[in-house]
Design a protein around this ligand. Structure first.
Ligand SMILES: NC(=O)CC[C@H](N)C(=O)O
Length: 195
């Protein structure tokens, strides 16, 4: 499976490394035309305001909405999760408005800016190592969204059909099982299309 990583800003090389560890081929996506050549897209962590601005500038908002609308898988991690949300808490403008959830940015406060933990994730048999960095939280989801993991009573991993989102960085450890799960989603989407 060829998995693209949106390469406008953020942790791009790290995601490509995890994709390759998980048995896929990682591609840095800098132009909208490249979406036609990939089986799934990851929107990395970084700074959602910057990623959102650059997405608008280079035509990615419409292009990714169309890509996801065709049933192709999209995975947002940390800032990427913020970018996927239908609603953001406060007065902030949402970006792609693809996943039916409300997200709070920088939800852990200053005292817990960054930390690592082991998370139980639906579909992964033993706890996943997760790195949280100025992480967002999913505050509310509609019934279209499947909750895959919680941390201290808060939602940190979710899936809505072909869309996957994590509050944390799954690409900063050697535990690439969430990438494996996403590659499985890409394989599934491709098979459905081929039938
Ligand atoms: N690690 C991250 O991606 C941090 C997200 C960042 N705090 C934001 O609001 O966009």
């Amino acid at each position: 499976m060829r998995i693209g990583v949106l390469a406008l800003q953020g942790a791009v090389a790290e995601h490509i490394r995890s994709i390759e560890l998980a048995g896929g081929t990682g591609v840095a996506v800098k132009k909208t035309e490249q979406l036609a050549e990939i089986d799934g897209l990851i929107i990395p962590g970084g700074e959602s305001t910057t990623i959102g601005k650059l997405m608008r500038k280079y035509g990615f908002v419409e292009a990714i909405r169309e890509y996801a609308g065709q049933g192709k898988p999209v995975f947002g991690t940390c800032a990427g999760l913020i970018v996927l949300a239908e609603r953001l808490e406060g007065a902030e403008e949402p970006h792609l408005r693809l996943m039916d959830m409300t997200v709070a940015r920088n939800a852990f406060g200053r005292q817990r800016e960054s930390f690592e933990t082991d998370l139980d994730v639906k579909g992964i048999d033993t706890p996943l190592r997760a790195v949280f960095i100025r992480a967002p939280l999913i505050k509310q989801v509609s019934d279209k969204v499947d909750i895959l993991s919680m941390y201290k009573g808060e939602i940190v991993t979710a899936r809505q059909g072909n869309l996957l989102a994590s509050s944390y960085h799954p690409e900063l450890t050697d535990d690439y099982r969430l990438h494996e799960l996403f590659i499985g989603m890409a394989r599934e989407a491709k098979n459905v299309k081929a039938e």
